[in-house]
Each structure stands twice: as structure tokens, then as C-alpha cells.
Design a binder for this molecule. Structure first.
Ligand code: C2E
Ligand code: CA
Ligand code: CA
Ligand code: CA
Length: 276
């Protein structure tokens, strides 16, 4: 038993070393990747209860020359740590604006963009966005800014003035990963929030007698009371969809309905959908 423990320990430390090395490497590589246009966006549709697309969420992908496609889970937190999330986040926002005419032509009214807390904490953030909107002729009403609930816990006062400014200009504000932030519910009333996105960890565990059924129902009731739109994230089964519909959830996102896809595929997805 002891020997097995040692083996585990060595395996564990070498795993950490590998991780550190990989991070040092990636820091340089993110810079190169921005220069060499290795980033792209995929879009995941968000549906209403009639299976009409009401919005799409822009999700970042990194096409690494050797490692293939790298998930944002692997590089966003590192990019936040090094500050590279600022140019990266700006690239995402600009790319969404560049894609906007095509998305509008497909009849998709709004695009959701993920923001890092670090972006929100910069005083110039709002005016930077306005410059980009002007450049591409995009209106803020066409954009939903998604921020994770965790931001609000630590930086409620800072975040609230920035969110008010963004909302006043016309952006819609969505709370991402709702229910995972251990935060007080007070902010729901105090901040200019339009949309709640119920985290997929809850959605994955709903259905008769499942563990999170009660909490999910309660979250939907709160949202209804406060007249907030709710999007259920990570809907993977018909059972989950049925449960959510039965409890007055009106918007759905997840592999059951559509996976994230490049803009070109979105076009054929919509065509196939209208045929069926
Ligand atoms: P998120 O904002 O919560 O995005 C939803 C994630 O769930 C996406 O992962 C999406 O592909 C995945 N997903 C969608 N439907 C399902 C489903 O039915 N089942 C499961 N298991 N997963 C589903 P992805 O694209 O890997 O992104 C991961 C996270 O990376 C995002 O979580 C977001 O926090 C962050 N991220 C992605 N793009 C950006 C970006 O442009 N900027 C920033 N700051 N963060 C981003
Ligand atoms: Ca999101
Ligand atoms: Ca989420
Ligand atoms: Ca997330």
C-alpha cells in the first residue's frame, strides 16, 4: 500500500511540473496565436420553447499548430493571470462585431459574449467597446454580455458601476453560471440584470426526484418573480428539457439542441432546421 502511495505521489508531482511548463510555454504561445490568427469563434444557439433560435453564444477556440483545438477552459484562466485576456477579450468582441452582419442576415437577433472579470475592472472598458461598436456599425442592443456570478461576490461595488454604465448604453447583461457563486441574492435586485443562465451542473441533475430539482425550481421561481429571462445551460436530455419547460423555463442551450459550431455551419444548421 505504501509503495502505491509513493508512486501516486511521484505521478502527482510530475503532473504538476508538466502543468507549470505547459503554462510558461502557453504564455508565449497565446501572444503568437493572436498575431498568427489561431483563435476563432464558434457559436452555440439558444432556443425558445418553439425551438426557434433567439440568440447565439460566442465561444472561443484556439487552433494550436501542434496540439490541435484547445478548449478555453485550458487557457482563459492563464490569460487572465498574465493579463493577456485584455487583448484576447478585445479580439473576441471585434470578431463578434465582424460576424454580426452575417448573424443578423440569418435572423439571429442577439449575440452573447463572455466577459472576464478582469475586463470589467478596467475603467476604459466601456469606452473601448463603444469605439469597436462604432467601427463596425454594431448597436449595443444586439449584444448580451455574460458575466459569471463569481465576479459579483468579490467585486460587487466595482462591478455594479461598470454594469450600470454598460446597461445604460444598451447592452443586455446576463449572469452566467447562476447558482454556483455562493453569493447573496441581493445583487439580483440591485444590479441591471436582464438574463440568468442556470448553470449546467443544476440542469444535469433535474428530473423527478433528482438532487437539484428543488433548487432549480426555486431558481426559476425567483427569476419569474423578478421578471428575469432564464436560459438553462447544458441541456442534454429530453427529460431535462421537459422538466425545465414544465417549470416555466423559456430558453434552452445545450448539446440536445445544438453544439457550438463555426459560423458557416450555423447557416446550414438553420437551413436543415427549417426543412424539418
Ligand atoms: P460557459 O460560458 O459556461 O459556456 C458554456 C460551456 O458549456 C461551453 O464550453 C459549451 O461548449 C459547453 N456546453 C454547451 N452545451 C453543453 C452541454 O449540453 N453539455 C455540456 N457538458 N457542455 C455544454 P466551452 O466552449 O469549452 O467554454 C468553457 C468556458 O470558457 C465558458 O463557459 C466560458 O466561461 C469560457 N469562455 C469561452 N469563450 C470565452 C470568451 O470568449 N471569453 C471569456 N472570458 N471566456 C470564455
Ligand atoms: Ca457563458
Ligand atoms: Ca455558463
Ligand atoms: Ca463558466
Amino acid at each position: 500500500a505504501k509503495r502505491r502511495g509513493n508512486d501516486n505521489f511521484e505521478w502527482f508531482t510530475s503532473d504538476i511540473n508538466e502543468k507549470v511548463e505547459r503554462h510558461v510555454l502557453m504564455r508565449h504561445e497565446i501572444q503568437e496565436a493572436l498575431k498568427n490568427e489561431q483563435f476563432s469563434l464558434v457559436y452555440q444557439p439558444i432556443f425558445d420553447s418553439n425551438k426557434q433560435i433567439t440568440s447565439v453564444e460566442a465561444l472561443l477556440r484556439w487552433h494550436h499548430p501542434e496540439q490541435g483545438v484547445i478548449s478555453p477552459i485550458e487557457f482563459i484562466s492563464l490569460a487572465e493571470h498574465t493579463g493577456q485576456i485584455i487583448p484576447l477579450g478585445r479580439w473576441v468582441f471585434e470578431q463578434v462585431c465582424r460576424d454580426m452582419p452575417e448573424l443578423q442576415a440569418l435572423g439571429i437577433p442577439t449575440i452573447a459574449v463572455n466577459l472576464s472579470p478582469l475586463q470589467l475592472s478596467r475603467s476604459r472598458f466601456c469606452s473601448d467597446l463603444e469605439v469597436i461598436l462604432d467601427t463596425y456599425g454594431v448597436s449595443p442592443e444586439q449584444l448580451v454580455l455574460e458575466i459569471t456570478e463569481n465576479v459579483l461576490v468579490s467585486e460587487l461595488t466595482n462591478a455594479s458601476s461598470m454594469l450600470n454604465e454598460l446597461h445604460r448604453i444598451g447592452f443586455k447583461i446576463a449572469i452566467d453560471d447562476f447558482g454556483t457563486g455562493y453569493s447573496s441574492l441581493r445583487y439580483l435586485q440591485e444590479l441591471p440584470i436582464d438574463i440568468l443562465k442556470i448553470d449546467k451542473s443544476f440542469v444535469n441533475d433535474v428530473g423527478e426526484g433528482k438532487k437539484y430539482e428543488g433548487i432549480t425550481r426555486a431558481m426559476l421561481a425567483i427569476a419569474q418573480e423578478l421578471q428575469l429571462r432564464v436560459v438553462a445551460e447544458g441541456v442534454e436530455t429530453e427529460d431535462q428539457l421537459t422538466f425545465l419547460k414544465n417549470h416555466h423555463c423559456l430558453y434552452f442551450q445545450g448539446y440536445l439542441l445544438a453544439k457550438p459550431m463555426p459560423l458557416t455551419n450555423l447557416q446550414s444548421f438553420l437551413q436543415n432546421q427549417s426543412v424539418n
